[in-house]
Design a protein around this ligand. Structure first.
Ligand code: OAD
Ligand code: ZN
Length: 237
């Protein structure tokens, strides 16, 4: 590990599964119960805003009853100890819209697909922390219009902070993907980006992801076990 200075970690729904938050593509996952084109696209929101708001209201309420698990906690410890030494960096990029990384104590999380606990006003562009329902059309605290939507990146929209992510990938020595199926781009392409820059690549997942063959190493098992073990290894050096 001596030669590793810059780490980029990508997390997906699998890291929060053991906290009781359902994943998307499991047999009983969210996308089996709801169609993407009904609840997770700009068109869906135009067609049936109440249905879409209720889908996110339900998920926003649910995450507030869940707690971070050992995988989240160990990444907080890694951030703290790794970035405490000079000349080292760590960027945690998550596709998750829950706040379990933050609640475990990670300070710098890039939520590339947005956040359930944030509302975005499409009239004045304000963003605010939001823990209540949006389905009753509450007014925007800034401009008063009833134009609040979940601060979530829907299919067909551009993920957030991509420049920052590609910049970190271009300087990474180690890229680690945790709990993601590799089904959704651009996140699914990060492993190739990191490899092209000469980074080592490691996948920690319950089962091989779609892009599993692209990783130098794949470890299979539950995140609550694999992630703390890997963090111990990295910090031992
Ligand atoms: P998926 O539901 O597609 O994949 C979850 C992955 O986690 C699978 O590969 C599982 O094998 C793995 N997994 C499940 N339980 C696990 C555990 N206990 N430990 C480790 N791994 C486990 O979720 P994502 O890959 O996050 O986007 O999905 C990517 C994006 O698709 C989401 O951000 C969301 C969704 O549509 C948007 O809504 C924009
Ligand atoms: Zn507003």
């Amino acid at each position: 590990m001596d030669d590793i200075r810059n780490i980029v970690i990508l997390t997906g729904a699998g890291i929060s599964a053991e906290s009781g938050i359902e994943t998307f593509r499991a047999e009983d996952g969210l996308w089996e119960k709801h169609r993407i084109e009904d609840v997770a696209t700009p068109d869906a929101f135009r067609r049936d805003p109440v249905l879409v708001q209720k889908f996110y209201d339900m998920r926003r309420a649910a995450v507030q009853t869940k707690e971070p698990n050992p995988a989240h906690h160990s990444l907080a410890r890694l951030e703290h100890e790794w970035t405490g030494a000079s000349g080292r960096s760590l960027l945690l990029v998550t596709q998750n819209v829950d706040d379990l990384h933050e609640r475990a104590g990670v300070t710098n999380v890039v939520h590339m697909h947005g956040e359930l606990l944030s509302a975005w006003c499409s009239a004045c562009d304000m963003r605010a922390r939001w823990s209540e329902h949006l389905s009753g059309d509450p007014p925007c605290p800034e401009c008063g219009s009833k134009a609040l939507r979940p601060d979530i990146v829907w299919f067909g929209e551009m993920p957030y902070r991509m420049d920052e992510i590609y910049d970190a990938l271009s300087q990474s020595d180690l890229f680690v993907s945790i709990g993601t199926s590799g089904a959704v781009y651009p996140a699914a392409g990060f492993v190739q980006e990191a490899r092209a820059q000469g980074a080592r690549t490691l996948e920690l997942n319950l089962e091989p992801s779609q892009g599993s063959h692209l990783f130098d190493e794949t470890r299979l098992g539950p995140a609550s076990e694999l992630v703390p073990q890997w963090v111990d290894e990295v910090l031992r050096g």
